[in-house]
Ligand binder design. Structure first.
Ligand code: SF4
Length: 61
């Protein structure tokens, strides 16, 4: 089961939402939107996880 989540430490930079607004919503800190088809945005999620300056986006395959 694929899963994306955010651990503590987000600094709210907004990069993840800029890359994939369908999955990430930043409102002071980033949250994962509910009812999102994660698999449809797998590439964008991985890119967001790589670009996150504090490395708090976790993606499990
Ligand atoms: S890219 Fe990382 S630090 Fe920036 S808002 Fe998203 S989760 Fe937070």
């Amino acid at each position: 089961m694929k899963r994306v989540y955010i651990i503590s430490g987000c600094i709210g930079c907004g990069s993840c939402e800029a890359i994939c607004p369908q999955v990430f919503k930043v409102d002071s800190v980033s949250e994962i939107r509910e009812k999102t088809d994660i698999e449809a945005y797998e590439d964008e999620i991985k890119e967001a996880a790589e670009i996150c300056p504090v490395g708090v986006i976790k993606y499990e395959e």
